[in-house]
Design a protein around this ligand. Structure first.
Ligand SMILES: Nc1nc2c(ncn2[C@@H]2O[C@H](COP(=O)(O)OP(=O)(O)OP(=O)(O)O)[C@@H](O)[C@H]2O)c(=O)[nH]1
Ligand SMILES: [Mg+2]
Length: 314
């Protein structure tokens, strides 16, 4: 049986192989993705982000448990842009998620920085597509909300949950990191600790204006991931957001916008991979460099001419 056949039969090892294949950008990986596309479109994607240590992995664990008990298949992507290899925090994540990883309806993949940061966001989207084709009902993407890459990653989700904790300054930190803009649902985790009421009212206050201007309520849900409290309400809020997206037509609009970005991103990656090859294979390139160095030509004009010759179809 071919790898793709085994994938279609939902063999976890085939899933692993295809993910690695796509992640490592192996030859023809685009063809594989393209073949899989027709089987996608059924999974709902939930992004979970927030400051380091907010309890995101613990939340994912509790959310997954409920979703799986309801008969869903769940694929998890844990992104750690700061870690160049799988270790440290991931080890903790793995131990935490041990119960789940032995469940046949749950699949967990950790992803660390590979090549460029943009590459990580791309790989996350590709893996999420593979998950979708495999037949997961929900795809959960965890990432630390600290930079643009993370924002790009959650941008590929349908519902974005931002988790913050009662530690002082967390709301302000979240605002600075741009998390307030991308959140659809807020979760104040570690609500078993002191100070959560203050954070909740701070958040509610900040969201007042946003709520008035929108037709979505931006709920704030207190949770305790370790005590498994409030998780059902958090899931309910996520499902309400899902319904809201579907009924308002925003789901389709958002997905089409994601597709648009995807196409442009694929083309951009192909072009930039190709551009150096093209230029270096041109015999005259060395002469061009010499001429530019000697001020007989200039880099801008050269770039425009080369672009016209290689890429623009008039
Ligand atoms: N008191 C309390 N502790 C919690 C709660 N949720 C998580 N923790 C603890 O907080 C620590 C960090 O939890 P993680 O789930 O690893 O947090 P994270 O956001 O995934 O962390 P990074 O991925 O490293 O950014 C762990 O020691 C958890 O046990 C909670 O609701 N209450
Ligand atoms: Mg984590």
């Amino acid at each position: 049986m071919s790898l793709l056949d085994r994938f279609k039969k939902r063999e976890p090892r085939a899933l692993s192989r295809i993910i690695s294949y796509v992640e490592n950008r192996e030859e023809n990986y685009r063809k594989v993705l393209s073949t899989l596309y027709k089987d996608t479109g059924k999974a709902y994607k939930i992004g979970l982000t927030g400051p380091p240590g907010a309890g995101k992995s613990t939340l994912m664990d509790s959310i997954t448990e409920i979703l799986v008990n309801d008969g869903n298949r769940v694929g998890i992507i844990a992104v750690d842009p700061s870690s160049p290899f799988t270790g440290g925090a991931f080890l903790g994540d793995r131990i935490r998620m041990q119960n789940l990883s032995s469940n046949e309806n749950v699949f967990i993949r950790s992803m660390a920085t590979r090549g460029s940061m943009g590459g990580l966001a791309r790989a996350t989207k590709d893996v999420s597509m593979v998950y979708d084709a495999y037949g997961f009902d929900y795809i959960l993407i965890e990432t630390v909300g600290v930079g643009q890459v993370e924002l790009d990653i959650v941008d590929a989700a349908d519902t974005v949950v931002v988790a913050i904790v009662p530690e002082s300054g967390d709301v302000i930190q979240a605002m600075k990191a741009g998390l307030m803009e991308i959140a659809n649902v807020f979760c104040v985790n570690k609500a078993d600790r002191e100070g959560s009421d203050r954070v909740i009212s701070e958040l509610n206050h900040l969201l007042q204006l946003k709520r008035e201007r929108a037709d979505w309520g931006y709920p704030v849900i207190p949770t305790s991931a370790v005590k498994k409290e409030g998780i059902d309400l958090l899931i309910k809020a996520i499902m309400q957001h899902k319904d809201y997206l579907m009924e308002s037509g925003r789901f389709k609009a958002n997905r089409k916008e994601q597709i648009r970005k995807d196409i442009i991103e694929h083309i951009r990656t192909m072009l930039s991979a190709n551009i150096e090859d093209q230029l270096h294979s041109a015999e005259t390139f060395e002469n061009l460099l010499e001429d530019i160095y000697n001020r007989k030509n200039d880099p801008v004009k050269t770039a425009m001419e080369l672009y016209d010759r290689h890429y623009s179809k008039k």
